[in-house]
Design a protein around this ligand. Structure first.
Ligand code: GRF
Length: 193
């Protein structure tokens, strides 16, 4: 699905659980003239997520809700998103799985970034699994979110070469650097920009 924009940027919420380096790259992108989105809300299920600091730093609203009761947290988010006119959602290192119902409410408007060349290595521990299987390449994928884990329509992928002496952490670092470029590119692509 291709989203369209009027004169205003599409109001977007970013959901995180940890460091938030992808969040930071999205905020920087959102401030450029060519960006079709603005980042207007940061959500975390983890009160200790480092990425929450970007809310203060960039003057963006934030909300922590722990998802221990998924239905309660999702209802809270839906109401916040409604009152803040949030039109699109970017998952960026968000470690909780959204319910079918929630996804339906934002159908075609939730994106995720995953550190593998999907459909390979859905789920967790992607880098170690790629190394264990002696893959020559790994990479990252931006895709639409549907009700199956890491399975929605792929928007863009970036491949990176796995070197002989590659370790889980060197590979993670290399792929993360590519993620920071890929997410903005994927957003431009879905807006046909
Ligand atoms: C990224 O590798 C992302 O693809 C994965 O979790 C990591 C989050 O990193 N889902 P950060 O919080 O954006 O720094």
């Amino acid at each position: 699905m291709v989203l369209s924009i009027g004169n205003n940027k599409v109001r977007t919420a970013v959901l995180i659980s940890g460091t938030g380096s992808n969040l930071k790259s999205l905020i920087k992108f959102s401030k450029t003239k060519k960006s079709p989105i603005s980042i207007d809300f940061i959500i975390s299920n983890n009160p200790k997520a480092k990425g929450l600091d970007y809310a203060r730093k960039f003057g963006i609203k934030k909300k922590v809700t722990n998802f221990k009761n998924k239905n309660f947290s999702e209802q809270k988010l839906l109401s916040i998103f409604k009152s803040n006119n949030i039109q699109m959602i970017c998952l960026a290192g968000f470690m909780k799985i959204l319910s079918k119902n929630f996804i339906k409410r934002f159908k075609g408007r939730i994106l995720n970034i995953h550190p593998s060349l999907l459909p390979k290595y859905k789920g967790l521990n992607t880098h170690q699994r790629a190394l264990n299987n002696k893959e020559k390449y790994s990479g990252c994928t931006v895709h639409f979110v549907n009700s199956k884990l890491d399975s929605g329509k792929i928007i863009l992928q970036k491949r990176v070469k796995i070197k002989n002496k590659e370790t889980k952490s060197s590979l993670a670092k290399k792929i993360l650097a590519q993620e920071h470029k890929l997410y903005p590119k994927a957003i431009l692509k879905i807006f046909n920009l």
